[in-house]
Write a new protein. Sequence first.
Length: 93
Amino acid sequence: MYSVDLNEIERMQSEGDWEEAAREMSGAAKRLKCGGADFIVLCTNTMHKLAPAIEAQTRIPLLHIADTTGKRIRARSLVLTRSGSGPDTARHK
């Protein structure tokens, strides 16, 4: 497990400096790989937008919750709908 400095990550996010954020997260992933990790998991939704950059810079698999969620949604023939102001809902096709 590796924790990054949340204050720095929040600064990068608020400044829109996604390239620096990707370098920071890729560096953490590289350290995990050097420590023997077979894969990485990001425990944050926002930073998943950097998943392609992290994977490209580290060559270590990233387990992405959206991949599994998408497979389950398709397997159950669910359609996600948004009501505008309310929560998302799932219904069968």
